[in-house]
Design a protein around this ligand. Structure first.
Ligand code: NAD
Length: 469
């Protein structure tokens, strides 16, 4: 097997092994013989993958969504999102009758002693969190909870500290006889590797003030055999925003260092290796590039700034994290302008649309922002992405002049520059002789430091990375 094929093969095997280990634990340990009945409200990236993984370890799960189109697709066995390993997991557990889908919150809440909320928490114009989806679900749960039916309502969505209190107060306000506890159980999965992240988590955080609810939550997670941290509800809610903001801070830190590397002739990749080999720091999230994007980091950093502001504790450090993130794109575009001079009517190819590799998620993608900025300056952009093109078209995220190609090589035909915006492995193993031959001018801007500068220059490309000579 050749290099990349071997890598993909072993990666797939590793995921299968993790899932298998979790199933075996569930079956072997007598404590796990009693599966639990779970409901998940919201069947998106978090809800659907969580539901499938809970079912995989033996729980019986009903996933609820109010998007009828999504429910219809799932009931037909189609998966509305791309997430490696998810399709097999869903199909296996639907066939085993441990997983089903509905648009009826009454059906879901009736089934699940534990009701997870995994609906969106988008940002508002001022950066604070829009909690209308959460509030609506709280009212809907109140409307269908039957007398004497104890439920643990679990917030898995990323919410500001003190939201649990509001969810509980709302359910009790609309249902005076409700018997429930509200728990915070933030989700730390990464899109693109959500299945292994959920099957084999670093830690499970359970924020609870009720022993009964905590014990039930521990039973849910027992098959995963991961470290469990039990906290109060407020701390659990804060952990999620603090964690995502810290990871964003790491990215902005190395991006700020990349600017110093460019000014001094140092190589940010070597600097990151040197920093990251220190176990106290770690190499993860020290990859210089175009900055962080996606549906979580930008909104969670903004939210944490707004939460701190509201509590009267301004978080200046995080404002700088945001500023560095924005300036990273500008520094990259400046290099493109310096090389091409005027962008108007220049043919530019962009590889990447999704906000990171191995996902079709294009929400808040830096690649799309880059493409639209190029198009706004009159560049004729042709883009390619292995999985993100469908959603980019569906959500109409691209400027009207942007064309999509059916392959990386087709995208570069006649291009005066190639910009690499998302670090898909597929891009690293292209036939670069064919890529160069198809281009008008071999200018290569590697916004994710995916490629080897020496190799690319040796092939005749004029290579620009981020923070490396
Ligand atoms: P998503 O948009 O992919 O999915 C949310 C789903 O909820 C959608 O399918 C939507 O139709 C459904 N929904 C909305 N209102 C509903 C209602 N009243 N009843 C039933 N279904 C409803 O969102 P996501 O990416 O899964 O994120 C969900 C939450 O998890 C957010 O708070 C997010 O910040 C958090 N989170 C996301 C990730 C991630 O990587 N995507 C990781 C950790 C945490």
């Amino acid at each position: 097997m050749r290099g990349w094929a071997r890598f993909f093969f072993f990666e797939a095997c590793a995921w299968e092994l993790l899932a298998f280990r979790a199933r075996v634990r569930f079956k072997r340990n007598p404590l796990f013989n009693s599966f639990m009945e779970l409901c998940i409200i919201g069947s998106g990236y978090v809800g659907l993958v969580s539901g499938a993984c809970f079912a995989e370890v033996g729980h019986h799960v009903v996933c609820v969504d109010n998007d009828q189109r999504k429910v219809d697709m799932l009931q037909r066995g189609e998966i509305p999102i791309y997430e490696p390993g998810l399709e097999e997991l869903v199909q296996r557990n639907v066939a085993a009758k441990r997983l089903r889908f509905t648009n009826s919150i009454a059906e879901g809440v009736d089934h699940g002693q534990i009701v997870f909320i995994a609906v969106p928490t988008p940002p508002q114009a001022d950066g604070s969190v829009d909690l209308t989806y959460i509030e609506r679900v709280a009212r809907e749960i109140a409307g269908v909870l039957k007398p004497g039916q104890y439920r643990v309502v679990v917030d898995k969505s990323t919410v500001p500290v003190k939201t649990g209190e509001k969810v509980e107060a709302t359910i009790r306000r609309y249902n005076h006889s409700a018997e429930l506890d509200v728990v915070s159980n933030p989700e730390f999965l990464r899109e693109g590797c959500a299945v292994p992240d959920l099957m084999h988590p670093d830690r499970i955080v359970i924020g609870s003030s009720s022993q009964r609810a905590t014990d039930l939550m521990k039973r849910v997670y027992e098959p995963f055999q991961a470290p469990i941290l039990v906290t109060d509800v407020n701390s659990a809610e804060l952990i999620k925003h603090a964690a995502n903001s810290f990871l964003s801070l790491k990215i902005s830190y190395i991006n700020a260092v990349s600017a110093i590397c460019e000014a001094s002739g140092a190589d940010v990749e070597m600097v990151a290796d040197g920093i990251g080999m220190d176990k106290r720091i770690g190499r993860n999230f020290l990859n210089a590039g175009l900055g962080y994007g996606g549906s979580c980091f930008p909104k969670d950093v903004k939210a944490f700034i707004a939460i701190a502001e509201e509590l009267g504790v301004p978080f200046h450090l995080l404002k700088e994290v945001e500023r560095i993130n924005i300036s990273q794109m500008e520094r990259f575009l400046k290099k493109v302008r310096e090389a091409l001079w005027v962008l108007r009517d220049k043919r530019v190819a962009v590889w990447g649309l999704s906000f990171k590799p191995d996902t079709d998620d294009v929400r808040n993608s830096v690649a799309i922002e880059l493409i639209n900025k190029l198009a706004a300056e009159g560049a004729l952009v042709t883009a390619y992405d292995p999985k993100g093109m469908g959603k980019a078209l569906e959500y109409k995220l691209l400027a009207p002049t942007v064309r999509l190609a059916s392959s990386p090589v087709e995208a570069v035909a006649g291009a005066e520059a190639l910009l690499l915006a998302t670090e898909w492995k597929e891009f690293a193993c292209q036939d670069f002789a064919a890529v160069k031959a198809a281009m008008h001018t071999p200018l290569l801007f590697d916004g994710r430091n995916l490629l080897n500068p020496g190799t690319m220059r040796g092939m005749g490309f004029v290579y620009y990375g981020v923070g490396r000579p």
